[in-house]
Design a protein around this ligand. Structure first.
Ligand SMILES: *Cc1c(COP(=O)(O)O)cnc(C)c1O
Length: 363
């Protein structure tokens, strides 16, 4: 007998393939591969190293994420999507070839009063309609004019914006308005522009511009709620797996697990699998959420606990202790699991905990 806990097998060849898909969709554009949040749970250093020949830039959300990539030997420029938040970060960014996004006047003022050893590459974030961060289109003139006078800034600057609803096919007009607003204030004023997240890359070719910023699609997951990555030729990069650690005979009418919230309608075999919310498998996954066991879909039965979950293998099951169970990945899309859980696949892969081992293939 042998069984082990949860393992996320990451296929780096799939990640490379997915970036190539993005670049084929946007043939004229260069790629800023988004590897924030530990490359959406896939391991940022390893993923970035695997893309070193294909991505022109990397992007992260946090300063520490960029530092980690640089310290780990990644050489491309690294775009800080929310920029810098103190002078030490600004100086470090300039020294280490981080590109900085600036989205508010506090950052512009810091640039104006901080002399830098080397000029820094700046991306001005325009709020074209997301209304989260960014300069309003009416402020763009002033921002570009002030930046043009800053010696510490590489001239001319770049500009970017972010779409709020590019993943909603019936809301095309919203994104089209964002594109128009952005182009209006940046045309002829900047060196390069970047608008597209994965949904933009896939659905808005007119906005591919100079750089694309694909994130989720690199990991084989589509941003569109009713599809899965394989529909557009993406390959899932993560197989999140565990094993059966017990197979039990179970009587009709008996409950399983905490709160007895699931009661079996029949005599059956219950499989106990070594995964729980302590690994990042969502506690909110309801009974009926599928897992893949020996090539067939098997439903969760009972509540997900910290270290274990239970599945209804069926009365005739021949599955054995130690058999592998796929929680999502090749053959069972994270998008489908997410729909059962009532969330998005972004959240599933990103909120895995440190407990599952990450294993790599295709290095
Ligand atoms: C996260 C992020 C992206 C990538 O988005 P996906 O939907 O994962 O492709 C692109 N741009 C910005 C500004 C982001 O924050």
């Amino acid at each position: 007998m042998d069984a082990r806990g949860a393992v996320a097998r990451i296929n780096l060849e799939a990640v490379r393939h997915n970036l190539r898909v993005a670049k084929q969709l946007a043939p004229g554009a260069r790629a800023i591969a988004v590897v924030k949040a530990n490359a959406y749970g896939h391991g940022d250093l390893t993923v970035a190293a695997a893309l070193k020949d294909e991505a022109e830039l990397f992007a992260v959300a946090r300063f520490e994420e960029a530092q980690k990539l640089r310290a780990g030997g990644i050489r491309q420029p690294i775009l800080l999507l929310e920029g810098f938040f103190n002078v030490a970060q600004l100086e470090y960014a300039a020294r280490h070839d981080f590109h900085i996004c600036i989205h508010q006047f506090a950052q512009l003022e810091a640039l104006e009063r901080t002399p830098l050893a080397r000029p820094v590459t700046v991306w001005v974030k325009i709020d074209s309609g997301m209304h989260r961060v960014g300069f309003a289109p009416e402020q763009a003139d002033e921002v570009f004019a002030r930046l043009a006078r800053v010696a510490a800034v590489l001239q001319p600057v770049n500009a970017m914006t972010h779409f709020a609803r590019a993943d909603e096919p019936e809301q095309r007009a919203v994104t089209e308005a964002q594109i128009a607003r952005f182009q209006q204030v940046t045309k002829g004023r900047v060196k390069a522009t970047a608008l597209c997240n994965s949904a933009g890359v896939i659905a808005f070719p007119e906005a591919h511009a100079d750089y694309i910023r694909p994130g989720i699609m690199l990991y084989g997951i589509t941003p569109f709620g009713d599809q899965q990555g394989s529909d557009i030729g993406l390959r899932p990069a993560m197989d999140f797996t565990t094993t059966l650690i017990a197979v039990r005979e179970h009587k009709a009418g008996e409950p399983v697990g905490y709160a007895g919230s699931w009661v079996s309608p029949r005599d059956t075999r219950i499989g106990v699998i070594a995964v729980g919310y302590g690994d990042g498998y969502p506690r909110m996954a309801p009974p009926g959420t599928p897992v893949l066991v020996n090539g067939r879909r098997v439903p969760l039965a009972g509540r997900v606990s910290m270290d274990m979950a239970t599945i209804d293998l069926g009365p005739d099951a021949t599955d054995k202790l130690g058999d592998e169970v796929l929680l999502w990945g090749q053959g069972l899309a994270a998008e489908e699991v997410a729909r059962h859980v009532g969330t998005i696949a972004y959240e599933l892969v990103t909120r895995m905990t440190a407990r599952p081992r990450l294993e790599y293939i295709g290095e």
